[in-house]
Design a binder for this molecule. Structure first.
Ligand code: DGL
Length: 248
């Protein structure tokens, strides 16, 4: 059994924890929601790197042996620094552009993510690899993280917020839409309600879970005496985290 740390700017990373627990039910997970500093989406890279370091130190002091950066924005801006500074495995989020490019029938792929993710070189490099094959259109999910953190997952206000960022992708002809922020899968039912039925949404979390399983089985992580289960921690109030944990 291993002890795994997982962190996000808030509760979004729970959508990754959900997929991880499906294939690794016997491990110990310590989840850190940095909700006192959420959202990360419009913050500077330096700020996100500082927060990520502080969280990693905290998780290491609790004995974790590997860390999942369950935040696209923190992965895009901080994971390279974390890997250079700490001698444990880090697994990060990858915007699922590749499977979206394989799956699109219209030849237009939509990417919904934060501004921090969409402006990061990591994303721009991935996008550049497919720019000749398909048209890739992007939209920042404005207000999506705030909806999730305030537990507003449906209703007329949530629908109008989601519609405002989703409709430009649909209008551009996207039939395959990548969920490039870990908070967004909590709004998937609303997105599916807004989009025509032939639009496919792709969540990279199952692929991230498989990557973690490979990292653990590749070895190098000694068995720990941690008991299986999930510990939920947060830098701010934990009400949302606990409620959303019940939904996953
Ligand atoms: N859940 C995050 C992500 O995957 C961060 C969103 C935010 O804090 O802006 O990008």
């Amino acid at each position: 059994m291993a002890s795994i740390g997982i962190f996000d700017s808030g509760s979004g990373g729970l959508t990754v924890l959900r997929e991880i627990r499906k294939i690794l039910p016997q491990e110990r997970f310590i989840y850190w929601s940095d909700n006192a500093h959420c959202p990360y989406g419009e913050k500077t890279a330096a700020y996100i790197i500082d927060r990520s370091r502080a969280i990693v130190e905290n998780l290491l002091s609790r004995g974790v042996q590997a860390i999942v950066v369950a935040c696209n924005t923190a992965t895009a801006t901080a994971i390279a620094t974390l890997r250079a500074e700490y001698d444990i495995p880090f697994v990060g989020m990858e915007p699922a552009v590749k499977p979206a490019v394989s799956g699109t029938r219209s030849g237009v792929v939509g990417v919904l993510a934060t501004a921090g993710t969409l402006n990061a070189p990591k994303y721009l490099n991935i996008k550049g690899q497919y720019a000749d094959a398909v048209r890739i259109v992007e939209s920042v999910g404005r207000g999506f993280v705030e909806l999730v953190e305030s537990l507003e997952l449906d209703g007329p206000h949530a629908e109008s917020v989601v519609r405002a960022s989703l409709e430009p992708l649909l209008a551009a002809g996207a039939d395959t839409i990548v969920l490039g922020c870990t908070h967004y899968p909590f709004l998937l039912p609303l997105m599916q309600h807004i989009a025509p039925p032939d639009v496919t949404f792709i969540d990279p979390a199952p692929a991230v879970a498989r990557r973690l399983r490979d990292v653990l089985s590749e070895g190098g992580i000694p068995a720990s005496d941690a008991s299986p289960g999930v510990e939920l921690l947060s830098s701010g109030a934990d009400t949302t985290l606990k409620k959303l944990f019940e939904l996953i």
